[in-house]
Write a protein that binds this ligand. Sequence first.
Ligand code: MN
Ligand code: MN
Length: 470
Amino acid sequence: MAEDSEKKEIKEASEKLKNYGWKNVTEKQTEEIMKYAEGYMEFLDMAKTEREAVEVTRDMAVSCGFADIDSVDSLHPGDRVFGVNREKSVYLAVIGREPLTEGFQAVGAHIDAPRLDLKQNPLYEDSGLAFLKTHYYGGIKKYQWTTIPLSLHGVVVLTDGTKIRICIGEDPQDPVFLVTDLLPHLSAKQNVKKVAEGVPAEKLNLIVGSMPLEDADSENVRKRILAILKEKYGMEEEDFRSAEIEAVPAVKARSLGLDRSMVAAYGQDDRVCAYPALTALLRLQDAPRTAVCILTDKEEIGSVGNTGMESRNFELFLMKLLEKSGITSPYALQKMLSASRALSADVTAAYDPNYPEVMEKNNAAYMGKGISIKKYTGARGKSGASDANAEYVAYVRGIFEKEGVAYQSSELGKVDEGGGGTIAYILANRGMDVLDCGVPVHSMHSPYESASKYDIYAAFRAYKAFLESM
Ligand code: MN
Ligand code: MN
């Protein structure tokens, strides 16, 4: 009896939670929300780049009984598999009871995030200081990346195939790196520039040293840096040419606010959707239709390349699912895609009372009010939008409402104020029904974004309910 009344209590609270956010959350639910956020923050600290996110994901999947699709001969309902695409994107599936050709349920998020990449000839010395030149990745406000501690993550691949992993600046004992900015005393000219022009891209140079190797000829600071790289990592200067090294904020994810109700961290676009999508799939007990989680790369620069969502490597994963399930019809792949449904799990802009002028209050997403669905994205007259069909939006609403998941409906800011897109249109172009559905964040693309723990947990519940649906 006690259990029943507890279930009833949670169900009633869930009902209210649909509309009111934190206000009607029970103590038990708050505990659950906070606990879930702890796991999320650990994930953020371990997965600051797409490669790290794939590695952590693979480990989590294996410990939840998932096998590499290439190690499996045949697939049956209940089987759990994953496929890694060049260490930068990963697809996971739980095989459902329905035939694959009847379609699957997918939640797709991205695991790349805006940052500063090192150029391929990065190292130089100027006025007794050594620097690494960077090329920014994704849409950043460049001034935000000055005078904050940065760490270096990535790989250096030698011509013999040896792969050297780099991660400097995360351990408290590690040094960090930074981009300088001008002192206010000498900023008269910088201060009157447009914000976008205040810090030009070619000034985003990382300071990496100031100590000469010996007091002989020239460029001794640079030479000391090279000596350190050789000694610690076994690399020569030319090896930067086949390196992928990303400078990201050297800060940990933290609870935000005296009430600890939010998370502040780097890279929440889009790991704040990727983690809920992943954990929802990993915890799936039962899949009526095959459930798929997509964690993709390169969304921030247009989903291009063989690790982005446009890559045919996703189809290859799907073909393997079909083949190993014994389905060989030439129409099977398209039949399956056209019958499939997806949530494009990406962040949206949370209403920020400091900048109300860019938002339209009735169609803004609010922090702490649940996950936000966006029927369409795009800019101006819905240009470039993926516009979900009303029938499909109703289907998704039905799932959330039945499950008591708090959700809101929003657009990304006022019409003609700007705009944006996600991977939704790419999946939709393949014939799937797709709806944008993600967590609202403040300060998107900044080095330290914030999101509500309530919404993060709502995302988990929403994705799980969706993946479990017929
Ligand atoms: Mn995103
Ligand atoms: Mn983004």
